[in-house]
Design a protein around this ligand. Structure first.
Ligand code: DGY
Length: 331
């Protein structure tokens, strides 16, 4: 019997590729850049499984192309706004993501951005390198303290909670806003619930965004919301770029409506080098590296590979996003 065909859209950690290669006919798209659309569509028609990343658009067109053949799309990310889950289900294709394995690594990065913006780490480094730091001055690079301040977490999922735990180490008061109240988390960790977004924005010295991108959260932080924040506040986003309206953010930072921002995600990605946000000293932007530790990227790829193998063998997938697909029709 021919082995199932698997297409991996990027070079991934070898352990995950070895796992797949042991049981499948594996093709890995060479290099670090996304395969062109026509290649992706062709592979959807030819393969039993695809291992994708956040840059691959897994939409109705692609899923319809795979109907009758493609059994699973395993996205190597916790976020899955690039995958049309409803369409996948309609076409009988299982989809999975990689939750949990990247939670702590992403929370570390959110905290790194909080510290970097508040303590002006990147600005200082830039000045040292360009010879602009020539003597110690009492007010140079003086920003707000992180310890003892107030943090609001928007979206109290696993990553939000890990950020809260780090904040407690810095003696911060932690508030959160989430459409679902987490009484257990409140009891266990002492985080405080805000009944609405404005209250969470008004109270905070730091606001850290951890919501998935959905039609409801697109531009959830816009002009009106930024105006509710303290003029000394710092906004950090490690979720998805379009959750924050970049134009509104630029104006707010330029006009002193808020004091700074740390962004691991932008709209679009990559952000163009002539984007106005990059002209501001009070912004730190990293290239979507929330989950970028070697161990975590390996764990993500392994989890994606395990989802594929489980689906191909007819076993339970570890992190299936649309288990209803198995009720709809079994292939
Ligand atoms: C995710 O997992 O959703 C990240 O954004 C990519 O690592």
């Amino acid at each position: 019997m021919p082995r199932p065909r698997v297409f991996v859209t990027r070079r991934l950690p070898q352990e995950a590729l070895d796992l797949l290669a042991a049981e499948t006919e594996l093709e890995v798209w060479p290099g670090d850049e996304r395969p062109p659309r026509d290649v992706l569509l062709r592979r959807a028609r030819e393969c039993d499984a695809m291992l994708t990343t956040i840059e691959d658009r897994i939409d109705e067109e692609l899923l319809a192309t795979g109907d009758g053949h493609l059994k699973v799309v395993a996205n190597c990310a916790v976020g899955f706004d690039n995958v049309d889950i409803q369409s996948a289900t309609q076409h009988g294709i299982a989809a999975s993501n990689t939750p949990q394995v990247l939670t702590k690594t992403t929370a570390d990065l959110a905290f790194a951005l909080i510290l970097a913006v508040a303590r002006r780490v990147v600005e200082g480094d830039r000045d040292v390198r360009t010879g602009q730091w020539n003597h110690w001055r009492p007010f140079a690079y003086a920003g707000p303290d992180v310890h003892g301040s107030t943090l609001s977490i928007l979206g109290m999922g696993q990553i939000g909670l890990e950020v809260a735990k780090r904040a407690f180490g810095f003696e911060m008061a932690v508030y959160y806003y989430d459409p679902i109240r987490r009484l257990e988390v409140e009891r266990q960790y002492g985080v405080r619930f805000c009944h609405d977004l404005p209250s969470a924005l008004k109270v905070a010295d730091f606001v850290s965004v951890h919501t998935p991108l959905t039609p409801e959260t697109r531009h959830m932080i816009g002009r009106k919301e930024l105006r509710l924040m303290k003029p000394t506040a710092i906004l950090v986003n490690t979720s998805r770029g379009p959750v924050v309206d970049n134009t509104a953010l630029y104006e707010a930072l330029r006009d002193g409506i808020i004091a700074g921002a740390g962004l691991d995600v932008t709209e679009p990605e990559p952000i163009p080098t002539d984007h106005p946000l990059l002209s501001l000293p009070n912004v730190v932007i990293t290239p979507h590296i929330g989950s970028a530790s070697l161990a975590t990227r390996t764990a993500m790829a392994l989890l994606a590979a395990r989802n594929i193998l489980a689906r191909l063998k007819g076993e339970d997938m570890p992190t299936c996003l649309n288990p209803e697909v198995f009720k709809a029709r079994r292939r």
